[in-house]
Design a protein around this ligand. Structure first.
Ligand code: ACO
Length: 452
């Protein structure tokens, strides 16, 4: 049996017209008149099962065409559940609301990576190990020095995460459980350090080493903002708000960057290189950059008085209401609801209460939720509508917003990478194509036409 035949056979389809049982679909190929009955498993058809539909013995067999994976499940996953119509987000079965209320980011990271909540001892060990691995090799500082003063911090993060693989060459032994465990700890631990170093470089300020006395979010704030004080003491309310933002961004099932991590990781490359693929995907404005666009939009609108005319422009197709709409959520993004609760608190602590941009955002949301154009299209605020306001209130420059997204998403990437490695169905990701180019051209004849 060829590899293709094996795949088709493994797909478990049965030939013949058949009367149709509850969990099958019968497809008739009108080119040949042949019918096949294919099993429906978890609401999906095996794409390879279609390959037995051929219009001749030499035909490769029917494929599916699904650019951007609009209707293709690429894996089985037990990590994150989203019900986009109901506005539900759960990690390992726990709602995002409960996790934000009762857990810390590091506990959620443990849950994502290990599948279960930690005991007190397990959480203490996990926290200790992550705290003990926050330092990066001194050579990484020199590596950062090679970047221009105005290098984008996300570009620096991308390069330094990928450089980690050269410091931990044994991480390429991805079948070694200890190497996997250490990679998970190192990536979660070092990402805030690399992110803060990238920021300090862009400011021309000295790097601040991690402070093991601080918690995960507080330590990140310290590495970002510590100046001459001997001991940086983060405001616990701000550290808590940032920790909540970290929880909200920890994982979101098969989004663009996670799909990138899985695809690159399926080549069995080391985990740092796979995570770098995730950072690269997140760098794009359609993925990690929307909150920055929200702030630019709010600033452009300027005042509450201008909101109605701005919304008219959106409805006329001249503008886009950034921070609204989502490919999966066709209801209020549950993460936006949680963030919104923290906005006032953060602005109050940072003295930004009365920020006119918040008034603009509030008015925009109120009017849009009351407008048939938005409700009929199921356009609701997404996670990015309010997160930029919080970051800005924390004093974080806009270029760092996406970098801050990458810090917590690392735990999701690792969890998904580990799950992929343990999945017996994992093979190297290698899509098919519909070839649209030339065939069998004559090189010499064409060179002659070019006078060569
Ligand atoms: N403002 C105005 N109209 C919108 C918006 C918006 N933000 N989003 C969608 N629409 C309209 C579309 O024009 C379309 O209208 P039509 O039916 O009259 O043509 C309809 O709503 C459906 O929209 P689609 O583009 O089909 O939705 P899709 O799922 O492809 O896009 C996306 C989702 C990219 C998030 C989109 O809503 C958008 O661009 N939003 C603004 C950017 C944003 O906030 N991105 C962050 C997403 S969250 C995250 O990545 C962490």
């Amino acid at each position: 049996m060829s590899e293709e035949q094996v795949e088709v056979a493994e797909a478990g389809s049965s030939n013949g017209a058949g009367g149709g049982t509850a969990n099958t679909v019968t497809i008739t190929d009108n080119r040949t008149g042949e019918s096949v009955e294919l099993p429906i498993e978890d609401g999906t058809l095996r794409a390879t099962a279609l390959r037995q539909l051929k219009d001749g013995p030499d035909d490769f067999g029917l494929m599916t065409y699904d650019p951007a994976y609009l209707n293709t499940a690429s894996c089985r996953s037990a990590i994150t559940y989203i019900d986009g119509s109901a506005g539900v987000l759960e990690h390992r079965g726990y709602s995002i609301e409960q996790l934000c209320e009762h857990s810390s980011y590091l506990e959620v990271a443990y849950l994502l990576v290990h599948g279960e909540l930690p005991t007190n001892d397990q959480l203490a060990t996990w926290t200790h190990e992550i705290t003990m691995h926050t330092f990066v090799h001194e050579n990484l500082k020199e590596f950062l020095e090679g970047f221009r003063y105005d290098a984008h911090p996300m570009g620096m993060l991308l390069a330094t995460v990928s450089a980690l693989s050269t410091f931990y060459p044994d991480s390429k032994n991805i079948d070694d459980p200890e190497e996997r465990r250490m990679a998970a700890i190192r990536l979660i631990a070092k990402m805030p350090t690399l992110a803060a170093f990238a920021y300090r470089h862009s400011q021309g300020m000295p790097y601040v080493y991690p402070d093991n006395d601080l918690d995960y979010a507080g330590n990140f704030l310290g590495m970002m903002f510590k100046m001459t004080e001997l001991k940086y003491e983060p405001d616990p309310r701000l550290a808590k708000a940032l920790d909540t933002l970290f929880i909200l961004h920890a994982d979101h099932e098969q989004n663009c960057s996670t799909a990138a991590v899985r695809a690159v990781g399926s080549s069995q490359v080391d985990p740092y290189s796979a995570a770098a693929a995730g950072v690269a995907a997140l760098y794009g404005p359609l993925h990690g950059g929307a909150n920055e666009a929200v702030l630019r939009m709010l600033a452009r609108i300027g005042s509450v008085d201008n909101v109605p005319s701005f919304l008219d422009g959106v409805k006329d197709g001249k503008e886009k209401l950034m921070g609204f709409g989502h490919r999966v959520y066709k209801n209020y993004d549950p993460r936006a609801r949680i963030i919104k609760k923290h906005v006032d608190e953060v602005l109050e602590v940072t003295g930004g209460a009365g920020n006119p941009l918040l008034d603009v955002a509030t008015e925009l949301e109120k009017r849009a939720l009351d407008d048939e154009y938005f409700t009929s299209r199921k356009l609701y605020p997404n996670v990015d509508f309010y997160s930029g306001l919080i970051y800005e209130a924390l004093g974080i420059p806009r270029a760092m917003f996406t970098v801050i997204f990458a810090i917590p998403r690392t735990s999701g990437w690792i969890a998904q990478w580990l799950e992929m490695l343990d999945d017996p169905e994992t093979k190297i990701a290698r899509p098919r194509q519909i070839y649209t180019g030339h065939r069998q051209r004559d090189l010499q004849a064409d060179l002659a036409v070019l006078g060569r």
